[in-house]
Design a protein around this ligand. Structure first.
Ligand code: GTP
Length: 484
C-alpha cells in the first residue's frame, strides 16, 4: 500500500478508537484458550453489551427452543465463538457510529445502514449455502467497507470529489486506486490490523474486493463477502434493475448460484431484517417497504432471466468470430423471407459474397490477420446495408446477404457499394503490413412475375452458380444469375 497513506492512517488522531470492552473482546478473540467463564466475566461488566447478548440469544436469528435469562445461559446457548464475534460486531458498530458522527463527506447513518445490510446479506448467503460460520460472515459483511470511513476521516478534502463522483462500488474502488494508488479495501485492512482484529476476518475483508477465484468445492467466506455487497445494494434499492444485474453477475461469478437461490436468500434477509434492525438500532427499511422487497425481486428476476434466455438464443444464432448471423440463422431467415415473398408478392434478393484469394492472405500474413480481415469485412458490410437486411457468415470466407423486398435492379446499387467498400479496406496487421482484399459476388433474385424458384435452396443454388461465374471471370466482380 501507498506508504504515505499507511502512515497517515497510523497517526490519524480523528479515526475512531476502540472502547475498552472492544479491545478486551479482540484480545479474547485472539486467544485460543478463552473459555466461557472469562468471557462471561467481561461481558457482565458492560451493561449495554450484556443486554445485547441476552437479546440476541433470544432473537429469531438463533432459532433456539430454549430461552436465556442470564449471560451464562446466553453464552452457553450461543457458544463462545459466536458470543465473541457478535460482541465484536456490537462494540465496533456502537463506538464507530457514535464517534464518527457526521463526516463532511459521508452520511455516517447511511454508511452504517449499508454496512449492516451487507452484514445481514452476508449472513443470509451463508445460511442458504449451509455455512456454519454465520457470525463470522456477519462481521465480515459489517467491516469490509470500513476503508471508506478511513478515507473520509484521513483525507476528507481529497476524497470528497472521488466519493461523490459515483454511487457504484466497483467504480469507486477503481477511482480510488487511480487517484491515491490504493483502494478502501487496503486502507480498511490496515485499520483492522491496527485494531488487531483476528487475521482471518481482516484477510477476508481485503480479498473479497479482488477477482473471483476458480470455484471452490465449498463456497468460501471471501465469495460470500464479495456477493453480499451487491446483495445489500440491491436489497436497499429493490426497484433498480441495474443493481439486480450486478448482483446476478456477481452471484454467478463468485458463487455459481442462480436467480432462484437469490430469491431464497432475499427471503432469509427479509425474515432476519426486524431482528437485526432491533439489535443494531437502525432502520434499513420501513415495514411497509420490507414486505414489497420479495415481490419486487421476483418480478425483476423473472424479467432478468427472460432477457438472459433471449441473450443466449441470440448468441446461438451468431458466428463467434465475426458476430454476423451464422449458417443456421441464414437457413431459417431465408425460409421465412421466401414464404413472406410468395405470400405478399414481394421481390427477394440474395447475394453470396466470397473473399478472393483468402488462402493466400492466410498463408502470407497468418491466420490472425485472416481473422482480423473477416471481422473488418463484416463491419464494412454491416455499415452498408439496411436494418432489414440480414448478413450471415455462410462458411469460411463466404458471406450470404438476404435483401428482403429488394428487386435485382435495386440490389445492384447495394452490391456495387459493397464491392467498392471491401476493395477500399486497408487492414493493418500486427506486424505492420497493410493488407487489401477484394470480393466476388453472386446475386439471385426471386420475383413473383418470373416464378422461377420453387424453394429457398433453389435461390441459394442460383446465387452460388453466379458466384462461381464471378470467380472464373477474374474475381472482384458481381455476376447476376440469368435464367437461360
Ligand atoms: N483466418 C481464417 N481463415 C479462414 C477461416 N475460415 C476459412 N478460412 C480460410 O479461407 C481459405 C479459403 O480458401 P479457398 O477456398 O481456396 O479460397 P480462396 O483462397 O479465397 O480463393 P478464391 O475463393 O478462389 O478466390 C482457406 O485457406 C481457409 O483456411 C477463418 O475463420 N479464419
Amino acid at each position: 500500500m501507498n506508504a504515505d497513506l499507511a502512515k497517515r492512517v497510523r497517526f490519524c488522531t480523528t479515526l475512531p478508537s476502540l472502547p475498552a470492552i472492544a479491545l478486551k473482546i479482540i484480545d479474547l478473540a485472539n486467544d485460543p484458550n478463552t473459555d466461557i467463564n472469562t468471557l462471561c466475566e467481561h461481558i457482565v461488566y458492560d451493561a449495554a453489551l450484556s443486554a445485547k447478548i441476552l437479546k440476541i440469544a433470544n432473537s429469531p436469528l438463533y432459532k433456539s427452543r430454549r430461552s436465556a435469562t442470564n449471560i451464562r445461559q446466553a453464552v452457553s446457548l450461543l457458544g463462545t465463538h459466536t458470543v465473541i464475534v457478535v460482541s465484536l460486531s456490537f462494540s465496533l458498530t456502537d463506538s464507530l457510529v457514535k464517534k464518527s458522527g457526521n463526516l463532511p463527506v459521508l452520511d455516517s447513518h447511511l454508511f452504517w445502514r449499508r454496512s449492516i445490510a451487507t452484514a445481514l446479506a452476508c449472513r443470509a448467503l451463508g445460511e442458504k449455502l449451509k455455512k456454519t460460520c454465520l457470525d463470522d460472515l456477519f462481521l465480515v459483511g459489517l467491516l469490509q467497507e470500513i476503508g471508506i470511513l478511513v478515507f473520509c476521516t484521513v483525507m476528507p478534502e481529497e476524497y470528497a470529489p472521488v466519493f461523490s463522483s459515483t454511487n457504484d462500488h466497483d467504480t469507486l474502488l477503481m477511482r480510488e486506486r487511480e487517484m491515491f494508488g490504493t483502494g478502501h479495501d487496503e486502507l480498511g485492512y490496515t485499520l483492522l490490523k491496527q485494531w488487531h482484529i483476528p487475521d482471518y476476518i481482516a484477510m477476508v475483508c481485503l480479498s473479497s474486493h479482488g477477482q473471483p477465484e476458480p470455484k471452490a468445492l465449498e463456497p468460501t467466506l471471501q465469495a460470500c463477502a464479495a456477493t453480499s455487497r451487491y446483495l445489500a445494494d440491491y436489497f436497499l434499492n429493490p426497484h433498480a434493475p441495474e443493481k439486480l444485474g450486478q448482483l446476478s453477475q456477481a452471484a454467478r461469478s463468485w458463487l455459481d448460484i442462480d436467480e432462484s437461490i437469490l430469491i431464497d436468500v432475499i427471503d432469509i434477509m427479509k425474515e432476519g431484517l426486524r431482528a437485526v434492525e432491533d439489535l443494531f438500532d437502525v432502520t434499513i427499511h420501513q415495514p411497509s417497504e420490507a414486505s414489497g422487497i420479495l415481490t419486487a425481486a421476483k418480478e425483476l428476476l423473472t424479467i432478468h432471466s427472460l432477457s438472459k434466455v433471449k441473450e443466449l438464443e441470440e448468441k446461438s444464432y451468431r458466428d463467434g468470430l465475426t458476430g454476423a448471423y451464422n449458417r443456421g440463422f441464414f437457413d431459417e431467415s431465408l425460409k421465412r423471407e421466401f414464404e413472406l415473398s410468395i405470400q405478399h408478392q414481394l421481390p427477394l434478393t440474395i447475394a453470396m459474397i466470397d473473399l478472393d484469394h483468402f488462402k493466400r492472405i492466410n498463408d502470407t500474413y497468418g491466420h490472425i490477420a485472416g481473422d482480423g480481415i473477416l471481422v473488418t469485412v463484416t463491419r464494412t458490410i454491416l455499415g452498408q446495408i439496411r436494418q432489414d437486411d440480414t448478413l450471415c457468415r455462410y462458411g469460411g470466407e463466404e458471406f450470404a446477404l438476404i435483401l428482403p423486398g429488394t428487386t435485382l435492379a435495386v440490389s445492384r446499387q447495394v452490391t456495387h457499394r459493397l464491392k467498392e467498400a471491401i476493395a477500399a479496406i486497408s487492414y493493418h496487421s500486427e506486424n505492420n503490413s497493410t493488407i487489401s482484399i477484394t470480393a466476388s459476388i453472386g446475386v439471385a433474385s426471386y420475383m413473383q412475375d418470373i416464378n422461377q424458384f420453387k424453394q429457398p435452396a433453389d435461390l441459394v443454388k442460383a446465387a452460388d452458380s453466379a458466384l462461381y461465374a464471378a470467380k472464373s471471370e477474374g474475381r472482384n466482380q458481381i455476376v447476376e444469375w440469368q435464367n437461360t
